[in-house]
Design a binder for this molecule. Structure first.
Ligand code: NAP
Length: 309
């Protein structure tokens, strides 16, 4: 079995930063990712609150640069699906569909995935008009009417982005005020291509082979109405990717992993960073900071536990 000092599960901004710090400390570092690099951030068209990029940077570009930086210092990448974490005395074993790997420290950076809305029609029309990624699919909706569900940063930012392609974007929110950051809200509220369906929820997504219309319900009056749209983009929050841990690491009531200030979980030698961690602010900058802290502390842990040089 191949052995590493540190194995990082996930290659979003948190995982890639941990890989950079770990490899730069000359620790034998492997990061494992089942999808493409960058995590949720790579599905964001423009990131304008990551310091050092005064004019913004695209998610794919930032992710690619983070990966290049980690690799430059010797971090190794494995494209595989992580299936299990096993304990082997003081060592940890990461089991993947491409074999098992042993490490002194495992850093969990497996992120979070879009939550499903759970309305009738959502799964039937997934990839046939229902999408969770505007950056991936917006170009299919040139000149169309589309709908975005949610009122957080993701929904409002991506709705703004969709107006570059669609003729009209209707943002459906279950309350009458948005949760998104003020600057993002103001941009959306001033966008002439945006319409808002306040106090509204989706009753059903309908169509023949592809999405044709959505039935909305006003939660204050109970009134229903039909809106003709070709695309529905769902941004109703995230769910942590922790199923693969099979309950071996403590999680909170929402499935996120609580850590201390050094990113330590309840299991020695196992850290959690980025969106998968219980935290207040889920941003690229906080993910990167988590990664740096975990790698730094992991080195200290290895020095004390394994007499690591
Ligand atoms: P979020 O902040 O949790 O917002 C989810 C939105 O969906 C809320 O407006 C919520 O309504 C609504 N919602 C939840 N369940 C719903 C349901 N069943 N039906 C209808 N609406 C529902 O999620 P997010 O926007 O994906 O953001 C996740 C995290 O990433 C946040 O911490 C966010 O700040 C961060 N983020 C940051 C940036 C950035 O800084 N540029 C960009 C994207 C994401 P209520 O408001 O009524 O709860």
């Amino acid at each position: 079995m191949q052995e590493y000092d540190i194995i990082i599960v996930g290659a979003g901004p948190a995982g890639l930063t941990a890989a950079l710090y770990s490899a730069r400390s000359k620790l034998k570092t492997l990061y494992i990712e089942k999808l493409s690099t960058g995590g949720q951030a790579a599905t964001t068209d423009e990131i304008e609150n990551y310091p050092g990029f005064p004019h913004g940077v695209t998610g794919p570009s930032l992710s690619a640069q983070m990966e290049e930086q980690a690799k430059r210092f010797g971090a190794e990448r494995l494209a595989a699906k992580v299936e299990k974490l096993k304990m082997d005395g003081d060592l940890r074993i990461v089991c993947t569909n491409k074999g098992d790997f042993r490490a002194k420290v495992v850093i969990i950076a497996s992120g979070a995935a879009p939550k499903l809305l759970g309305c009738p029609g959502e799964l039937k029309f997934r990839a046939r008009g229902v999408s969770y990624c505007a950056t991936c699919d917006a170009a299919f909706y040139e000149g169309a009417n589309v709908m975005v569900i949610g009122g957080g940063d993701s929904a409002v930012e991506e709705a703004n982005y969709l107006t570059k392609f669609a003729d009209k974007v209707t943002l459906v929110h279950r309350r009458n005020s948005l949760r998104a950051t003020k600057v993002v809200q103001d941009r959306a509220l001033a966008n002439p291509k945006m319409e808002f369906a306040w106090n509204s929820v989706v009753e059903e997504i309908e169509g023949e082979d592809v999405v044709e219309r959505v039935i909305l319900k006003d939660v204050t009056t109970g009134e229903k109405r039909t809106v003709e749209v070709e695309g529905v983009f769902i941004y109703v929050g995230l769910e942590p990717n922790t199923d693969w841990l099979e309950g071996q690491i403590e999680t909170d009531e929402h499935g996120y992993i609580p850590t201390d200030d050094n990113m330590r979980t309840n299991v020695p030698g196992v850290y959690a960073i980025g969106d998968v961690r219980t935290k207040l602010l889920r941003q690229v900058v906080t993910a990167a900071a988590d990664g740096a802290i975990a790698a730094f502390h992991a080195e200290k842990y290895m020095e004390s536990k394994f007499d690591h040089k």
